[in-house]
Design a protein around this ligand. Structure first.
Ligand SMILES: Nc1ccn([C@@H]2O[C@H](COP(=O)(O)OP(=O)(O)OP(=O)(O)O)[C@@H](O)[C@H]2O)c(=O)n1
Ligand SMILES: C[C@](O)(CO)[C@H](O)COP(=O)(O)O
Length: 266
């Protein structure tokens, strides 16, 4: 049986409390240069013609409904929907995936899971990740190289220094076929495996997950000082876009479609 043309859906977990941010409003709903943090990701995905629908996993209808209405008017071809969150990020993701399952009739659905708290995703990274679906049939994530020396510690003392070339920082979006990702997350939860990202669920389930090198500035707002940093990054990205008419990215001599640097292909 041949598969239909792939359809991309987005799940945005936005049901966290943001306790490390120490504010009464959850970080994804804080103001950032005149818009709420979550709106930056919504805009990025909405502008992508290949995105069929966006599920926002949230318990804050009062804040999110007016935002959705606004986006639905501007982007009528995209299906926007809210669904309830769960206790942990993984629970929220599972509930978001369930919503996609009930809405899509396509047998070739790919899901991109993206933290609501990551407002600085660029279009270039999003496109490169989606394109990597051709190379990584069981899923792929954006990840950034480690720039600092990596220490293992115990009781505030260093026990080992690791080869940082062997590690990367997992970012979002994290992308996988809907059926595989749903089964992987459910498998982990049934077996009490705590997962902090989708790739970990897929790895645990035995899938082979690809890595696409993403920008360092795709930060997750976590601590109070990150808000000002995100504001700065967004300004920088806007002027970068303005200044470059056709800016060839650093991976233009690639022969595959992952866009990764040579270091990553070894
Ligand atoms: N039960 C949860 C927990 C987290 N998230 C979402 O998952 C993303 C990444 O999680 P994290 O940065 O850990 O957010 P919080 O859990 O809100 O932060 P903290 O750990 O500081 O409380 C955020 O967009 C957050 O809203 C979610 O949807 N449901
Ligand atoms: C998914 C994630 O953003 C990838 O780095 C991260 O694992 C979320 O972790 P948190 O414990 O929910 O902050």
């Amino acid at each position: 049986m041949s598969l239909q043309t792939p359809e991309f859906w987005v799940v945005i977990p936005a049901a966290g409390r943001g306790s490390r941010m120490q504010q009464s409003t959850a970080k994804q709903y804080l103001e950032l240069s005149g818009r709420k943090v979550i709106e930056y990701s919504l805009e990025r995905f909405s502008q992508d013609q290949e995105i069929r629908g966006i599920i926002i996993v949230t318990d804050d209808d009062e804040t999110v409904l007016p935002i959705i209405e606004k986006f639905q008017q501007s982007y009528p071809k995209i299906h926007f929907q809210i669904t309830r969150g769960g206790a942990e990020r993984a629970d929220s993701v599972r509930l978001g995936l369930k919503a996609v399952k009930t809405l899509s009739t396509n047998d070739n659905v790919w899901v991109l899971v993206h933290d609501a708290a990551r407002p600085c995703l660029t279009t270039t990274d999003l496109i490169r990740l989606k394109q990597s679906a051709k190379s990584f049939s069981e899923g792929a994530i954006l990840a950034a190289p480690i720039v600092d020396t990596l220490k293992q510690i115990k009781c505030s003392r260093i026990t080992e220094t690791h080869n940082r070339q062997l590690f990367m920082r997992a970012l979002t979006p994290q992308m996988a076929p809907l059926k595989l990702l749903s089964e992987a997350v459910e498998h982990c939860q049934k077996n009490n495996v705590l997962i902090t990202d989708e790739a970990q669920a897929l790895e645990t389930f035995g899938a082979s997950v690809g890595v696409v090198e993403g920008r360092h500035d795709n930060i997750k707002i976590t601590y109070p000082e990150d808000l000002a940093l995100a504001e700065f990054i967004l300004k920088q990205q806007a002027s970068e876009l303005e200044n470059s008419t056709v800016k060839r990215n650093a991976f233009s001599n690639d022969t595959d479609n992952t866009g990764n640097s040579d270091r990553m292909k070894k």
